[in-house]
Ligand binder design. Structure first.
Ligand SMILES: Cc1ncc(COP(=O)(O)O)c(C=O)c1O
Length: 381
């Protein structure tokens, strides 16, 4: 068995490319001719499957340790397709600190359709256990969470979910399979916004559902082909190209993030830094147990809304933009971007106020990034 950084480049499950092509060929064809009426063809129509997508999906399934991965046009397309599993009924326990788009899906589409949710702090396994109901169908967590970097114990959550016959679903976008593999810890389904670390270049949207067993994968495939939000061949190619460098990108991003987090913590303008690599982070021990790296994400609370706005205005290398995980460092104001749709009282309770910023660290030189932040924080204008 190869290590995962080798699998990024040389997956063992992918079919060999035609003509010995080293880069994944793009099969830009909507449909595939059949050889005869009674002859089974591997491919028929690209909504169902396409050779470029099949190669990508087997690479992602192997990295996450799943039986199958399905590629979608975005992370939200993957999540919306996933929710069909619950057939508009039953109860789901979900982290209260989720990406805003996921909360919007749950609150404004899944809830009115009949699924009941309990949103809670899933960093406490006891909270999850107490919230179980007779018809709990799933526990849904993002760990570390977006944007306050809370850590949920995946193995404990899996054990509790399974004790009630429910699934554990984990959004693994923030750490990627290089640093965290929820299926190996007992989760049943992994979600990715492939737009982020897997793609890695801020040039395409993508999403994935990865299944631990065949029964779940068959159901998800049925919904995927029926809903039809499949990833297009060219975007599959971009993901293929991105994943080949995932390990080197992530290593640099994680090293940069660690340096920046420690630097920020000593700044007088910074009240709090949310970073899972700090030994005094409440989830540090769990992170050490279930992850092999701390990732490239951190958030911070500065001393005033004016400082927050000044930083967003003054940075030169960091770009004030949504998204994360790419080679370019980005800075986000969750209050008016990723979490704008979350009701204000709830946002404030979670600490996402007008002083809260989220940083996705890229692969630039760490000292240049620090200098960029220093100038932005100190600028008197
Ligand atoms: C943790 C997480 N999950 C899911 C999504 C949704 O993914 P996409 O933007 O690819 O639809 C995002 C987007 O920011 C995210 O941060």
């Amino acid at each position: 068995m190869y290590k995962k950084d080798t699998v990024c480049v040389h997956p063992t499950r992918c079919p060999k490319a035609a003509y010995g092509a080293v880069a994944t060929p793009i099969f830009q064809s909507a449909t595939f001719a059949h050889e005869g009426v009674d002859i089974e063809s591997e491919y028929s129509y690209s909504r169902l499957q396409n050779p470029t997508r099949a190669t990508l999906e087997s690479r992602v399934a192997e990295l996450e340790g799943g039986v199958d991965a399905i590629a979608f046009a975005s992370g939200m397309a993957a999540e919306a397709t996933l929710m069909n599993l619950f057939e508009s009924q039953g109860h789901i326990i979900a982290s209260d600190d989720l990406y805003g788009g996921t909360l919007r899906l749950f609150r404004h589409i899944s809830s009115p359709a009949g699924v009941r949710f309990n949103f809670m702090d899933t960093t406490s396994s006891e909270n999850i256990r107490k919230a179980l109901q007779k018809d709990t169908r799933a526990v849904y967590v993002e760990t570390p969470s977006n944007p306050t970097m809370k850590v949920t114990d995946i193995a404990a959550a899996a054990e509790i979910a399974h004790s009630a016959g429910a699934l554990l679903i984990v959004d693994n976008t923030f750490l990627s399979p290089l640093f965290q593999r929820p299926l190996e810890l007992g989760a049943d389904i992994v979600i990715h916004s492939g737009t982020k670390y897997l793609g890695g270049h801020n040039d395409t949207l993508a999403g994935f559902l990865v299944a631990r067993d065949k029964e779940i994968s068959e159901k998800l495939r049925f919904y995927a082909k029926t809903v039809g939000a499949s990833l297009a061949p060219f975007d599959c190619f971009l993901l293929e190209r991105g994943i080949k460098t995932l390990a080197v990108r992530l290593e640099k991003q994680a090293a940069n993030a660690e340096k920046i987090a420690h630097w920020l913590r000593l700044r007088p303008e910074v009240r709090k830094v949310y970073y899972i690599g700090f030994p005094d982070h409440p989830g540090y021990e769990i992170t050490r147990r279930q992850c092999s790296g701390f990732g490239g994400m951190l958030s911070l609370e500065v001393d005033s809304p004016e400082t927050a706005r000044k930083v967003l205005r003054e940075v030169k290398l960091f770009q004030y933009a949504e998204s994360l995980g790419g080679v370019d460092s980005l800075i986000t104001y969750p209050m008016c971007q990723t979490h704008a749709d979350v009701p204000e009282a709830e946002r404030f309770r979670r600490g996402i106020n007008d002083r809260f910023l989220r940083i996705s660290v890229g692969i630039e030189n760490a000292d240049d990034l620090i200098e960029d932040l220093r100038k932005a924080l100190e600028n008197q204008a």
